[in-house]
Design a protein. Structure first.
Length: 245
């Protein structure tokens, strides 16, 4: 597996509240771990929230013994991240109201398991781009109910109002599916997806350039379209079968 990561403050923010973590080496009972978090914009210390929650999740996975299934391992790690951030915010006035999105993914024995809270996303690219996670925000609910088209949803004024977050007792949804050599996983924050539509992202992923260059192109496109938020892009190339540890 090969991983390329880019993160950028964007054109309108002064602080980057996104945070990333990745390891292709075994961590606890997992073969690998990839995490992207986006501190809630407009709230205090979003940069603290994204880093702290990610660290708590990774520490929990590291300290977990073998014997549990992958989803159970990640579920407990999400619980710990949420509980720790709730407690930290209760103890520190400067953290009141803080929260973060969180996407955590791992590939074991050829199966992807991903948990998410909030509206950061994981996509599978296999000739075409497919969103695997589901957004926890008001616009996503309106889209499901047929009240908006996908294009209307992408530019709706409430697109940043999430309905579930770490630090607000937000628990994850999980998704599992088989992956194979040649697949690509894209994990990103809404600083990309609010600025660049899925069709354009998919077209970029088809370009015959390196993964790092693809990440650069996506960051540049988000900024060219306004760069209204922090932008984080993690691209994971699955090259060959990934064995469980």
């Amino acid at each position: 597996m090969q991983v390329s990561v880019r993160t950028d403050t964007g054109k309108t923010r002064t602080v980057n509240q996104d945070y990333v973590y990745s390891t292709t080496s075994p961590i606890g009972p997992l073969s690998n771990l990839f995490v992207v978090a986006d501190g809630m914009g407009g709230y205090k210390s979003g940069d603290f929230a994204s880093r702290f929650a990610t660290e708590q999740l990774a520490e929990c996975v590291t300290g977990t013994g073998s014997g549990d299934d992958v989803q159970s391992v990640l579920y407990r790690a999400f619980e710990r991240a949420d509980r720790a951030l709730v407690e930290a915010a209760a103890d520190r006035e400067d953290l009141a109201g803080t929260g973060t999105t969180l996407v955590a993914a791992t590939v074991n024995d050829g199966e992807l398991t991903v948990g998410n809270v909030g509206d950061s996303r994981l996509y599978l690219f296999r000739n075409e781009l497919e969103q695997i996670t589901e957004d926890h925000n008001r616009v996503s609910l309106m889209l499901k109910n047929g009240q908006l088209t996908p294009e209307e949803a992408r530019i709706h004024r409430d697109k940043n109002k999430i309905t579930r977050a770490i630090g607000y007792h937000g628990l994850p949804d999980f998704f599992s599916l088989p992956v194979r050599s040649g697949d690509r996983l894209l994990i990103c924050t809404d600083g990309l997806t609010n600025m660049v539509d899925d069709e354009t992202i998919g077209a970029v992923l088809k370009r015959p350039i390196s993964s790092g260059e693809i990440c650069d192109v996506l960051i540049d496109l988000a900024n060219e379209h306004g760069g209204e938020d922090n932008i984080t892009v993690m691209l994971i190339d699955i090259n060959g079968e990934v064995e469980a540890c």
